[in-house]
Ligand binder design. Structure first.
Ligand SMILES: Cc1ncc(COP(=O)(O)O)c(C=O)c1O
Length: 435
């Protein structure tokens, strides 16, 4: 593998976070990093221990978000990692790599900084950054699966993820079946002797379904499979899948992690070092890496993730309150609502309920489309997780590729990504859009 084991000048060993119980679960389930492990790493690479001492002063999310991976530049002291806009590196003689860098597909210091940050925030041992969420998913599937293997996929998921299974991976002999991942019995029943991975999104896109991650991990592991959790909607600030037993976390960094609708990116984070190295091998072999500027933008985004997610969640609760009382709204889908079937599980495994809200309107598809068209503060557009509020019609937009499948979404559904604008403006805008 081209990526050097010694690590680069910006590398940080990943650390776990979460409460004491979460950390205990994490260690028991994945053999997470321990002080002994860190000491072994430092013994092999003294440079890392020097840099580590700059930032290893907290396990708290908000502090890690700002400092993990973000070392002061050793040359100038710049407090933000530079954008290493470079493809290759001068070697000190053949094979004499400086800091482990030889070619930017294999490793780039700005990307390394982001990967260290992501690993720390998810409490994983290895983070990998890709050109998009789907590029990360593709790398994961081609690393984990071979022809004849089977995957359980959820009955609600991002349309592009479904398309990857249904139209791409299946052509290479990988089998898949759909299960309601919010129902542990349904998930268990979907397992076959060939199942190598169970894939869940929680909360799911766009129906905001909730899967009990710890239960799903148990079911996957009982069947000899790995649990993959797409944590794009929740982010590691609200939910820590690895600490609950998941093997791999997937992100579309395009969304809350970047947070400003100005970058497309993806990530994989693993609890297990060996799987992390296998994925890193495939990342380099397949090549869909995050570029330096995109990595830098996401690294800037994750610094404010905690404050943004708090505000997204607060604003979403106010929007949900209004929608729940509105006569033209027939159903509100939000895990923060007591009547949501996944509410108890969400309250157990999430810090807050996030900024994504879906609702169904009286009058069917045309009425739902009209609401989207009338919104003014909410911008009509695909994607989610930026500071600005977005509105869309999943059936005709983000989930058109799931039409006619088990993942087809209701035609009267509207999805909101509630931003961090003034909550009254958001509530008023939706009121006028509903008419
Ligand atoms: C939950 C979820 N996962 C994965 C993806 C794919 O990410 P990207 O668009 O960055 O390829 C998306 C995109 O909308 C998503 O919503």
């Amino acid at each position: 593998m081209a990526r050097a084991s010694a690590g680069g000048i910006l590398r940080r060993p990943a650390r776990r976070r979460g409460g004491p119980e979460q950390r205990a679960v994490a260690r028991a389930s994945s053999g997470g990093p321990t002080r002994r492990h860190r000491d072994e790493v430092f013994a092999r690479d003294p440079l890392r221990s020097v840099h580590m001492s700059d930032t290893h002063f907290s396990e708290h999310f908000e502090t890690l978000a700002i400092h993990a991976g973000n070392t002061a530049d050793p040359l100038t002291g710049a407090v933000v990692p530079p954008i290493y806009q470079v493809s290759t590196y001068k070697q000190d003689g053949v094979g004499g790599l400086r800091g482990g860098y030889e070619y930017s597909r294999s490793a780039n210091p700005t990307r390394t900084a982001l990967e260290e940050n992501l690993a720390a925030l998810e409490g994983g041992r290895r983070g990998l950054a890709f050109a998009s969420g789907l590029a990360a998913e593709d790398c994961l599937l081609r690393t984990l699966l071979a022809p004849g293997d089977h995957v359980v996929i959820p009955n609600d998921a991002y349309g592009g993820t479904f398309r990857l299974f249904a139209k791409v991976v299946s052509r290479w002999g990988v089998e898949w079946s759909v299960a309601d991942s919010s129902d542990p019995d349904a998930l268990r029943a979907a397992m076959t002797p060939k199942t190598k991975a169970v894939w869940v999104e929680t909360p799911s896109n766009p129906l905001l379904g909730i899967t009990d991650i710890a239960a799903a991990a148990q079911i996957a592991h009982d069947g000899g499979a790995r649990l993959v959790v797409d944590n794009t909607f929740a982010t590691p600030y609200l939910q820590q899948p690895l600490a609950l037993g998941a093997d791999v976390v997937v992100h579309s960094l395009t969304k809350y992690m970047g947070g400003h609708s100005d970058v497309v990116g993806g990530a994989l984070i693993t609890a297990d070092q060996e799987l992390g190295e296998e994925l890193a091998y495939h990342q380099n072999a397949m090549g869909a890496v995050a570029g330096p500027f995109d990595s830098w933008l996401v690294l800037r985004g994750t610094k404010t993730l905690a404050v943004r997610m708090d505000r997204h969640s607060e604003n979403a609760a106010k929007v949900v309150d209004m929608l729940s009382r509105h006569p033209k709204v027939t159903k509100v889908l939000y895990p923060g609502l007591a009547e949501h079937p996944g509410h108890e599980v969400a309250a157990k495994q999430m810090r807050a309920f996030g900024g994504m809200v879906s609702f169904q309107v009286a009058g069917g598809e045309e009425a739902a489309v009209a609401v989207c068209d009338r919104a003014k503060v909410f911008t009509l557009g695909e994607s989610l997780g930026g500071v600005e509020s977005l509105i869309e019609h999943p059936g005709r937009m983000t989930h058109a590729s799931a039409a006619g499948s088990a993942l087809e979404v209701p035609a009267d559904l509207v999805r909101l990504s509630v931003g961090i604008e003034n909550a009254e403006d958001l509530v008023e805008d939706l009121r006028q859009a509903l008419g």
